[in-house]
Ligand binder design. Structure first.
Ligand code: 5HC
Ligand code: ZN
Length: 156
């Protein structure tokens, strides 16, 4: 009888790969983001990616970045983290202290949403906006509210 496999992927890699799979559903041509919320018992609570509200026909909305907010995709896209919170079908109490795995560090708007939803930890893959004003605000919100964050890497 062979011994059990020991080179299995970690829980961090598992949930981050779920978030990466969700990001593959994103129609954003420039930045695809995925988020996966998991509880302390390693159960997936919710998944989300960045996209327009499902009621919108995303063929009728811009996917470019533009100075005119009416023509800028950012006006119409719901962020992956927010979608993961909105997609959650359980009771809010189970989100308390849960971990969100997200392929890109949360913006300050999502930081507020995650904190308010009771998320206790952010695990992120990329932080391409590190050092920007928005990123500093995110980290101030998370730090002040005691939400920890850590970066992970996933083997190619
Ligand atoms: N953490 C995040 N989650 C997200 O879902 N997004 C989304 C919003 C946009 O659809 C896209 C960013 O487009 P761009 O500014 O890199 O062309 O990623 C962005 C961030 C980072 O702020
Ligand atoms: Zn955001």
């Amino acid at each position: 009888m062979p011994g059990k496999r020991t080179d299995v992927i970690s829980w961090d890699e598992f949930f981050m790969r779920v978030a990466m799979a969700a990001a593959m559903r994103s129609k954003d041509p420039n930045t695809q983001v995925g988020a996966c919320i998991a509880d302390a018992n390693h159960r997936i609570l919710s998944v989300g990616y960045n996209g327009t509200p499902s009621a919108l026909n995303d063929d009728e909305f811009p996917w470019e970045t533009a100075d005119d907010p009416l023509l800028d995709k950012h006006s119409y896209v719901i962020h992956a983290e927010a979608n993961a919170i909105l997609n959650y079908r359980g009771s809010n109490k189970d989100l308390q202290g849960a971990t969100v795995y997200v392929t890109l560090f949360p913006c300050h708007e999502c930081a507020k949403t995650l904190v308010q939803a009771g998320i206790g930890e952010v695990v992120y893959l990329g932080d391409k906006y590190e050092g920007t004003q928005d990123n500093l605000i995110s980290k101030r919100i998370l730090d002040t509210c005691g939400v920890t964050y850590r970066q992970v890497t996933v083997a190619d």
